[in-house]
Structure formats: C-alpha cells, structure tokens
Design a protein around this ligand. Structure first.
Ligand code: COA
Length: 297
C-alpha cells in the first residue's frame, strides 16, 4: 500500500511500543524506513521486541524503560535525538462494575491513560515548539510533526463497565481537538484512532476474560469479524506520513461500523451475574500478576 521509504528521515516515539498494537505500528514504521523510540514499564520486553524488529527490518529502535505515569522520568526518552512523531498507545483497562472500583483501581487506569498521555504529549510538544522557535517559526509546506493517540470508540457513547478508561480516553480525544488548534502554528498536528476489537493478549484477558479472542465480535460486528493488525498499521502509517497535513484534530473510528450498529460496547455485560463478575475479576487479576512479574514488582 505504501512506498518502501515512505517514513525515511522520521523518528517516532511509541509509548507501550513493546507489545500489542504499539509493537505492530512500530514494526510497520520501521519497515518503511523510520527510526523508533519505544518506551514501556518492562525494559526486558522492549529490548526483546527491539531485537526481533531490527533483525526483521534493520534500522534503529531505541528502548526506554520509562513509566509514563512519572512525568519526570519521561524526559529520559529524549536522549536518543529529536523526534518527528509520537504515538500515544500505552494504556490500561479492565472491565468491572464501577461501584466495585477502589480509588487505587481508578487511578491505576487514569494515571496511565489520562495523566501519562498528557505528560508525554506535552513533553514532546514543548520540544517541537522550541525547535520551531529556534528555526524562526514554522510555515507550510514544511512537513508537520504528527501525534496519533489510540483511543476507543466509546468516547462517543460512554463505556459502561470501563468507566475509568472511558473518562480518560474522552479526555485524550478532547486534548487532540484542543492542541490541533493551539499547536498548529508550530507545525504540529494531532489525530486519534479509535480501533474496534483487534485481539491482543493484554486486551483479551482484561476486556473479554474467559472468552476466545474475537468470539463476541464475530456475532455482533456488521462485518462479522475483528479488526486486523495490518489495517491499524496502514491507518497509523497514513496519519504519520506527510501528504495529508491538513487532516488534524480528528478521530477516526475503525471498527467495521460496530459501534454504529451496537450503540457502543459492553452493554451485554449488564446481564452478568455476580458469579460471572467474580470469575472475570480472577482472570484479570491473574493477568495483572503475570505482567507485574515481568516488570519485577
Ligand atoms: N476489578 C476491580 N478492581 C480491580 C480489578 C478488577 N478486575 N483488577 C485490579 N483491580 C484493582 C486492585 O484491587 C487494586 O486496587 P486496591 O489496591 O484498592 O485493591 C488496583 O486495581 C490496582 O490493582 P493491581 O493489581 O495493583 O494492578 P496493577 O497496577 O498491577 O495493574 C493495570 C493494573 C491497569 C495498570 C494493569 O492492568 C496494566 O498494567 N495494564 C496495561 C495493559 C492493559 O491493560 N492492556 C489492555 C488495554 S485494553
């Protein structure tokens, strides 16, 4: 779909770039000639991903064991050189009846998605603004810097049983619109992608625990399938490449029209019994413990 050197000369930061959607987007960017900086909480996972990716595609992938909840730590990411693009991909989410959430549970999600996304975006944007000022200002047709944030389709209709994530992602959608206006004069554009279900281990275990990945989407999605990683890679490449810079402040939902057909997600969970929720929670906690083990804490 794209010229093989489409992203040559670009250096792109992907938060949560060691696994799942972040890893897949990075892999495509690298294959199209970009350099990558990837950050996440599990340095070992990032290093293994970087090794595999460079083996497959060549190029350069710098890894930063940085938790985006820590605003000060985020600065370490800029050691490797100036960036041209950012993908806000790192996130956390799990299904739960909202009345069961403790303040710590709410914060576990909101600190990553709401606060962390802002910390990284502002740290990156500030540097781009300084660069534009040093260069005497930015003007078209110089290429723009591009920020892509991965959000969710339920910023439109609400996210029952995923309220901390829905609230935080709605904040990221508003940040996208706001900064598209505020930072345009510095040559920065921001867009968001709301993907439907594209199964990854982290997602399936926390949003559809106990189900085969994609099982529910096959029944309820108008296209009777889940999304493919290749589709997300293509859309994320289009938004990162030069050539359509006037596109800014937008959110693109890519879900096979699932949210239009169903009004949103997770509504069927209203029928779950206490026992179903107990089982779901046990599965989610097992996944959280597995991930904590890999982080060494
Ligand atoms: N229902 C209700 N509360 C839950 C819960 C569940 N299923 N799972 C965890 N919690 C609560 C815990 O009880 C704890 O609160 P408490 O201390 O008041 O009891 C709080 O959430 C934090 O739990 P903890 O086990 O310490 O989680 P964690 O911080 O190790 O992990 C995330 C939580 C969100 C950070 C973790 O899931 C994560 O790292 N996710 C990233 C990947 C991801 O979520 N991918 C899917 C995106 S769709």
């Amino acid at each position: 779909m794209f010229r093989s050197d489409l992203l040559r000369g670009k250096r792109i930061l992907i938060t949560g770039g060691g696994t799942g959607l972040g890893r897949a987007m990075g892999e495509r960017y690298l294959a199209l000639g970009a350099e990558l900086a990837i950050c996440g909480r599990r340095k070992g996972v990032l290093d293994a991903a970087a090794e595999e990716m460079t083996k497959a595609h060549g190029g350069r992938v710098d890894t930063y064991g940085v938790d985006i909840r820590d605003a000060q730590a985020v600065d370490a990411i800029f050691a490797g050189g100036p960036l041209t693009g950012l993908v806000n991909n790192a996130a956390g989410n799990f299904i739960s009846p909202t009345e069961m959430l403790s303040p710590r549970a709410f914060d576990a999600i909101a600190n990553i998605v709401f606060h962390g996304t802002f910390y990284v975006t502002n740290a990156v944007g500030r540097r781009w603004i300084d660069q534009a000022r040093v260069a005497g200002g930015w003007s078209s047709p110089q290429p723009m810097k591009s920020v892509i944030s991965i959000i969710v389709t339920w910023v439109e209709n609400g996210g029952p049983f995923t309220v901390p994530s829905a609230m935080s992602k709605a904040g990221v959608a508003v940040m996208t619109k706001s900064l598209a206006v505020e930072w345009a004069k510095y040559g920065i554009r921001l867009n968001a992608i709301g993907p439907g279900e594209i199964p990854t281990e982290g997602m399936s275990q926390r949003l559809n625990p106990g189900e085969a990945p994609g099982e529910r989407s096959k029944e309820t999605n108008p296209q009777h399938r889940v999304g493919e990683m290749g589709e997300l890679q293509n859309l994320a490449t289009f938004l990162m490449a030069d050539g359509c810079d006037w596109l800014s402040g937008q959110t693109l939902f890519m879900d096979g029209a699932h949210s239009l057909a169903n009004g949103g997600n997770f509504y069927p969970l209203r029928a779950w019994s206490d026992e179903q929720w107990r089982q779901a929670r046990a599965r989610i906690e097992a996944q959280n413990a597995k991930d904590r083990g890999q982080r060494g804490g």
